[in-house]
Design a protein around this ligand. Structure first.
Ligand code: PLP
Length: 384
């Protein structure tokens, strides 16, 4: 436990909960959680599964039906080569990544990760005894991941390259040519490329998501892909994610999962299957809503004094550089987040949690009204 730190987001989250409990109305941009309801077909299918007594253990790697369906989905949409046997259904994407880390990283090995990055990547890597090696991405070019920079960070000790595109927290994406180059480079050296595509559907301005799944047929020993029902289908609490990869890696993850969680919740998997089969139509309108929120939020955020912000290419986070708004008493992203919480009742996550103390993260998975109110409150306290 000495290897891993406490989440830097906890302080703000705790304080936000205290304020809410006191009846204070927060503009909450903190949680990375869609505000939409889970799809009705998923809810109905899970309800029926419960009523029918589908409440016992299932095979440890998930129901055969759901494994088949996720494999078919990635095959149809991206030409992925994975069979159901090359998948494991997990307790959210987080468990997939955690089990993967335990299954494949050895003490002292390095894992190359573009930064700023999701809070759990470095901690999971450290938990497994390995060492995260950050490759900085920059706001000036939209936090894009560049293949040369990633390749330059690889050493003799590197075991894997972890690419999260679209990214939480930056919204940056990797372009198809860079991704191909990263995978080709990794394959040449016997490294894994772990693609966390949790935000796969969340790309804007008509762009096409560059998925590592399209490269898996050509580089079957290299590509490991993690995704989840949480964000795409607004099913965060159901805790259903999955991982695809080469048979040896999948076998190792199955072993870990067999001693960790066993199967994910039986009826939640039935709901997830229904979402996959019957709720595809609900995704388009949700993405359109996120696009509208992004287009509303970003220019207004960029106009706040001391804020710099470009439209994120993907995910549902704004990650403005706010160092220009730091003053004595609100110096650094944690103090600044605390200032916004106390003075404006606006909850954001300090960039420090993701590896940049000059930024804050705002989730726009909330209503336009909340965005408008939060922006107004921030404008007021920043003008003082
Ligand atoms: N990967 C990234 C980049 C995330 O932001 C999240 C959730 O916030 C996850 C994985 C895991 O999500 P879940 O465990 O809900 O599937």
């Amino acid at each position: 436990m000495d290897r891993i730190g406490e989440s830097a987001t906890l302080k703000v989250t705790r304080r936000a909960a205290e304020l809410k409990a006191r009846g204070i109305r927060l503009a909450d941009f903190g949680a990375g959680e869609p505000d939409f309801a889970s799809p009705a077909p998923a809810v109905e299918a899970a309800r029926q599964a419960l009523a029918c007594g589908f409440t016992k253990y299932t095979p440890g790697s998930g129901t055969p039906e759901l494994r088949e369906a996720v494999a078919a989905s990635w095959r149809e949409r991206y030409g992925a080569p994975w069979s159901a046997a090359q998948s494991v259904i997990t307790v959210g994407g987080k468990a997939a990544l955690f089990e993967l880390a335990l299954a494949v990283f050895d003490e002292g090995q390095e894992v190359v990760v573009p930064t700023p990055c999701w809070v759990s990547f470095p901690e999971q890597i450290r938990f497994a005894g390995a060492v995260p090696v950050g490759v900085p991405t920059s706001g000036e070019d939209g936090f894009r991941v560049h293949a040369e920079a990633v390749a330059a960070a690889v050493t003799r000790r590197t075991r894997a390259i972890l690419i999260n595109s679209p990214s939480n927290p930056t919204g940056g994406v990797v372009e198809a040519a860079d991704l191909r180059e990263i995978v080709r480079f990794a394959a040449e050296r016997g490294l894994l490329v772990i693609a966390d595509e949790t935000y796969e559907r969340f790309v804007y301005d008509g762009a096409r998501h560059a998925s590592a799944a399209t490269l898996a047929a050509e580089f079957p020993e290299t590509v490991v892909l993690v995704s989840s029902f949480s964000k795409t289908y607004a099913m965060t609490g159901w805790r259903i994610g999955y991982v695809f990869g080469p048979p040896a890696v999948i076998g190792a993850i199955e072993q870990v999962q067999s001693h960790a969680t066993s199967n994910p919740t039986s009826f939640a998997m039935v709901g997830a299957l229904a979402a996959l089969q019957k709720a595809e139509d609900s995704i388009g309108p949700m993405i359109a809503a996120y696009q509208e929120r992004r287009d509303f939020l970003i220019p207004r955020l960029a106009a706040l004094p001391g804020f710099e912000c470009r439209p994120p290419a993907g995910s549902f986070y704004a990650f403005p550089r706010v160092a220009g708004a730091y003053r004595p008493g609100r110096q650094g992203s944690s103090a600044f987040a605390e200032f916004l919480l106390e003075e404006a009742q606006v909850a954001v996550v300090p960039g420090e949690a993701f590896g940049s103390d000059e930024h804050i993260r705002l989730s726009f998975a909330c209503s336009l009204d909340t965005l408008a109110e939060g922006l107004e409150r921030m404008a007021t306290v920043l003008a003082d």
